[in-house]
Design a protein around this ligand. Sequence first.
Ligand code: SF4
Length: 394
Amino acid sequence: MAGTAEEASGRWPDSAADVGGPTEKDTKKRRDFRPPRRKSIEVRVGGIVLGGEHPIRVQTMTTSRTSDLDAVLAEARRLEESGAELIRVTVRDAESLANVPALKAALRVPLVADIHFDYRMAIGSMDAGADKVRINPGNIGGEERFREVVRAAAARGAAIRIGINSGSLERDLLEKYGYPCPEALRDSALRWVERCESWGFRNIVISVKSSDVPAMVESYRLVAAACSYPLHLGVTEAGPPPYGTIKSAVGMGALLLEGIGDTIRVSLTADSVLEIQAGFDILQAAGRRLTRPELIACPTCGRKEIDVEKMAAEVKAELGRRGIRRPIKISILGCVVNGPGEAREADVGIAVGKGKGVVFRRGEVVRSAEVSAITDALMEEIERFLAEESGVEG
Ligand code: SF4
């Protein structure tokens, strides 16, 4: 299914590469080092499905006050245009709740309501059209109130994210484990999941975030091993970029490489739009969802014959100008010392010597050109490669 988010963002439609698996062509030509994705059940959230073999979705959360309709609408629209595939807003009071219908009407991507403390906000949000609510059952006021939220979700076809965090773990788990360790987070999540299941509700997504990366990774591993619900990954309170992005990439990357994770949110102390770009970058780097061309450029050294940084910027701009968004690995080497062999993983690349450069495809030199014409030669080869890969003669 080409989801509403792709339509909204103009992103390349879902493909085998997009959902985190090797393409048929990749399988023939290259080894795939990725372990299979964990098998999770499918959970519908509005117009998209999380889990199963569906693409790992990138989501974010607005930072505006939801009670300020102009601000939150403008931010949500900007996030949607940037490629956000689920948008979460906090619903903390009646004024925020009153704006949920307008947000729902304005967005094509699923709307998630973030709830703390007041279970009536969760029910009200779903009544107002929210496709999913994120609640922390530990702070919602007890099992009966949690059950009311589950009943409402079941009646409206909405999903619930059970978002466990260390700050509101049940007392008996804290006593058992002594502190909010990964095992305690897992037990807490599973406890609420089992309650949902006993009431016949399975439209569940789970998160067990932590700001400590090794603890976060272990918590998710434990939950992944214990159930088959889709997992929402996140390193919470990661902080400002670039460290916040790196911290998120390390935590989520470790899990994604193991095949764990069905949707991700990068939590940055920054413009929320940056979270979207970072999310897609993390998925791309982990090889779990390829949504754009990838530039492989050498760091340069004293042997360089061209300004690789400038050329990489030119190629990036040219890809944008030509509307090339398909995943293709493009390599730019600053000299021919190691030649194409150094970038064998690339689909198409160039290496430049004195005054001349060569263009290669998957390690084989296919043409040469003067340095002044090498960018054009590279772009032509990229277009030809993509046309051939699509089965279209270029
Ligand atoms: S490709 Fe050449 S210029 Fe680039 S880092 Fe390697 S040796 Fe240095």
